[in-house]
Design a protein. Structure first.
Length: 361
């Protein structure tokens, strides 16, 4: 059921696309998506009723039908999301836009429509007050005209008699007839408006019932999707664990590959060493003969070394004996020097005595 039938006098004045959400009626906190994808959201203006509505339809389902009142406020909750509360629908609508620029345009249009609705309400109140004043005046004038008619007779009689008073009463009666005709036409117009409102309310009631049924359907779909999502998450976790095992196995294989390369390199080095040892093994007999000759030379050198050691021991013995004899010689020389010093002192004394004798003589 479309909220804007073909014969409607409403015309779209602004259209955009957005993801539509409604507040969760149970928690009043979480958002419930009202459309699977971005849908068309439009401002409609009814020139006859001078009212504005926001309407959005997803296929054959009415997801937004909100009449804008001066008391409503559109709030930006993020760079790309905005919301407003509709007390008549007893819900809160949320719109998610592709860009911040589109959200800003929608908010500006909401403010313009809100101001226009406020002006329309003020004008409507002024018209109601004016019509009520006219009704009171016509009510006050009706008895006098009735009395004038009863006193002065019918309009034909007044016309036959003439006179200023009768002409004035006739003009007043004409005015009253015109006012009554306008009132009856206004009554018919209001009855038509009332019938239109009843039909619109019936359509809205049907749409709300379908929306409630759709909500239940989507709740079931959401539960099924949530369950499937949980299963997919568990499957993803299992796959991630398997991927971790595969990555670990790959890492172990990489380590084994590196170790294998190292072992191959070591094997090549060992093969080179073995080849060198083989080459060296070919010269082992020559080396053994050389070793035997070297051994003989070493034995001869050891024998010579023993002879030299014997000579060294003999020389050491002779040196020790020479040192001992030198020490004895030093001792004897010291004793001789002491004796010589004594002899020199005696000769010195003897010389002094001879000198003294010579002087005396």
């Amino acid at each position: 059921i479309s909220p804007v039938p073909p014969y409607s006098r409403e015309q779209p004045i602004f259209t955009t696309r957005a993801h539509v959400f409604q507040i969760d009626p149970s928690t009043k906190k979480n958002w419930v998506p009202a459309s699977k994808q971005a849908v068309t959201v439009s401002y409609f203006y009814d020139s006859t009723r001078n009212s504005y509505r926001i309407i959005s339809v997803d296929g054959a389902k009415v997801i937004i039908n909100s009449t804008i009142t001066p008391n409503m406020t559109f709030t930006k909750t993020s760079q790309k999301f905005g919301q407003w509360a509709d007390s008549r629908a007893n819900t809160v609508f949320g719109l998610g836009f592709p860009s911040e620029q589109q959200l800003t345009k929608f908010a500006e249009k909401f403010q313009e429509v809100k101001e226009a609705a406020k002006l329309a309400r003020d004008r409507s109140q002024e018209k109601i007050e004016t019509s009520s004043n006219h009704s009171q005046e016509s009510g006050r004038e009706t008895p006098s005209s009735t009395r004038a008619s009863s006193v002065n007779g019918t309009d034909d009689e007044k016309a036959s008699h003439g006179g200023p008073a009768e002409a004035h009463l006739k003009s007043e009666n004409d005015k009253l007839k015109i006012a009554l005709a306008q009132s009856s036409s206004n009554v018919k117009k209001w009855e038509t408006e009332l019938q239109t409102l009843r039909e619109s309310n019936a359509r809205l009631t049907t749409a709300l019932q379908e929306s409630a049924a759709s909500i239940e359907h989507w709740k079931k779909q959401f539960s099924a999707c949530k369950e499937e999502n949980d299963q997919l998450r568990s499957k993803i976790e299992e796959l991630e664990e398997q991927c971790d095992e595969i990555n670990k196995e790959k890492e172990r294989n990489a380590q084994l590959s590196r170790r294998l390369q190292e072992l191959e390199t070591e094997l090549q080095d060992k093969e080179l060493e073995l080849e060198e040892l083989r080459k060296q093994g070919e010269v082992i007999p020559q080396l053994m003969s050389e070793c035997e000759s070297v051994s003989e030379q070493l034995q001869a050198a050891e024998k010579k070394n023993k002879d030299l050691e014997e000579k060294v021991r003999t020389l050491r013995t002779e040196v020790e004996e020479g040192k001992h004899r030198q020490t004895n010689l030093k001792t004897e020389l010291k004793n001789f020097l002491d004796v010589l010093d004594g002899k020199i002192d005696e000769l010195h004394d003897f010389r002094q005595g001879l000198s003294k004798l010579g002087v005396d003589n």
